[in-house]
Design a protein around this ligand. Structure first.
Ligand code: HEM
Length: 122
């Protein structure tokens, strides 16, 4: 079984990313970074990426190509305040899933590592 299946498949990632973007929508540090008025398309990209990363369908790469996430974040200034805000909203979103502790830890360890790797400014 993939991690994607173990946590509940598409529905779980839909809830996770939706909750995350509800936090972003009201965040004074993060909201200005998002170029589009409508956060819906960004929400979909993150959801499809995470689904693919954790072993679900590879729709993300069919639509967007190779993730190259660090490169795709270069246009945005991401320092400590941005990393912290991103992780805070993701923490809230992860908490609401109420996953079994071992699965929750895998997900959270990944997010902390990935968010650190996106930092491109001091
Ligand atoms: C895209 C900010 C961390 C995954 C974006 C965008 C912004 C952004 C402003 C453009 C929105 C759009 O898609 O139009 C940030 C900030 C982070 C962060 C401030 C703080 C560290 C992460 C992490 C991941 C991630 C940790 C993965 C676990 C993505 C993905 C996209 C994206 C998949 C869409 C890429 C594409 O296909 O164009 N991010 N991000 N981001 N971000 Fe982040």
């Amino acid at each position: 079984m993939t991690f994607y299946e173990a946590v509940g498949g598409e529905e779980t990632f839909r809830r996770l990313v939706h909750r995350f973007y509800q936090g972003v929508a009201d965040d004074p540090v993060l909201r200005p970074l998002y170029p589009e008025e409508d956060l819906g398309p960004a929400e979909e990209r993150l959801r499809l990426f995470l689904i693919q990363y954790w072993g679900g369908p590879s729709t993300y790469s069919q639509q967007r190509g190779h993730p190259r996430l660090r490169m795709r974040h270069v246009p945005f200034v991401i320092g400590e305040p941005e990393r912290e805000a991103w992780l805070r909203h993701m923490r809230d979103a992860v908490d609401e899933l109420e996953l079994p502790p071992d699965l929750e830890k895998m997900l959270w360890d990944y997010f902390t590592m990935a968010a650190q790797s996106m930092v491109n400014s001091r």
